[in-house]
Design a protein around this ligand. Structure first.
Ligand code: ZN
Length: 227
């Protein structure tokens, strides 16, 4: 029986109908994966793709990931021991991820904040400049252990520190952002965020920059129109 079929039985107590295929794909970074289901004349077909990094991982942990994907697809609420195993694996895997991408400037700001606010205890993640966004100032992805910062912040050292601190809190609390929006700003998170000196002032400054960017892009449109 395939690992996918076995994972489904352990999750639901029922047999998985149709065929299922597991592939290791070079398209994914870190420990990412996805699932899709197609239906045709021959019935239902499940395809699961995982990053190559998964090839090395123990089957129980892999089953946890498969069950996580299957439970999303089939809207199953059950939690299994393997799923817990998978989650603790993900939370610790960053230690093993090679840090190939560390911008030297971001790394030095990181180290400074690390000493100042985290007792030097955070492991430096990958640290990269992202696109020049006025909307997504920063992002932490724990699958690849990467903090990405908007290039706009290159010109605002105070905001760079503050936003990097925010992303470091995500790393510390082991949460990631999705599509530029984080859903993991818990009360604990917010309290730690407020501990940053001049926090409300910096927050205000970010908001003003964001609004100014929208105004100036509207002006640009008008300008183009007039020409
Ligand atoms: Zn956040």
């Amino acid at each position: 029986m395939s690992l996918i079929h076995q994972s489904y039985i352990d999750l639901t107590g029922k047999e998985l109908k149709g065929s299922a295929e597991l592939v290791y794909s070079g398209r994914f970074k870190g420990y990412n994966a996805n699932i899709r289901m197609t239906k045709d004349l021959f019935g239902q077909r499940i395809e699961i793709a995982m990053s190559k990094a998964w090839e090395e991982v123990n089957d129980d942990i892999k089953k946890g990931l498969l069950q996580e994907l299957l439970s999303k697809l089939f809207k199953v609420k059950t939690r299994t021991m393997e799923m817990d195993l998978y989650h603790s694996f993900l939370k610790n895997v960053h230690v093993a991820i090679p840090k190939a991408d560390q911008d030297p400037h971001l790394l030095s700001v990181f180290q400074q904040l690390n000493e100042q606010y985290f007792h030097g205890l955070l492991d430096p993640p990958n640290l990269v400049w992202g696109e020049a966004s006025y909307r997504q100032w920063g992002c932490y992805t724990y699958g690849t252990d990467t903090i990405s910062m908007s290039s706009i912040l290159q010109e605002h050292p105070d905001l760079l520190q503050y936003v990097l601190y925010h992303e470091m809190l995500h790393k510390k609390l082991k949460f990631a952002c999705k599509d530029g929006r984080s859903h993991h700003h818990t009360p604990e998170f917010r309290a730690l965020e407020r501990a940053f000196p001049q926090q409300s002032l910096l927050e205000e400054k970010l908001k003003r920059l964001h609004i100014a960017s929208r105004v100036s892009s509207r002006r640009k449109n008008v300008w183009r129109f007039w020409r």
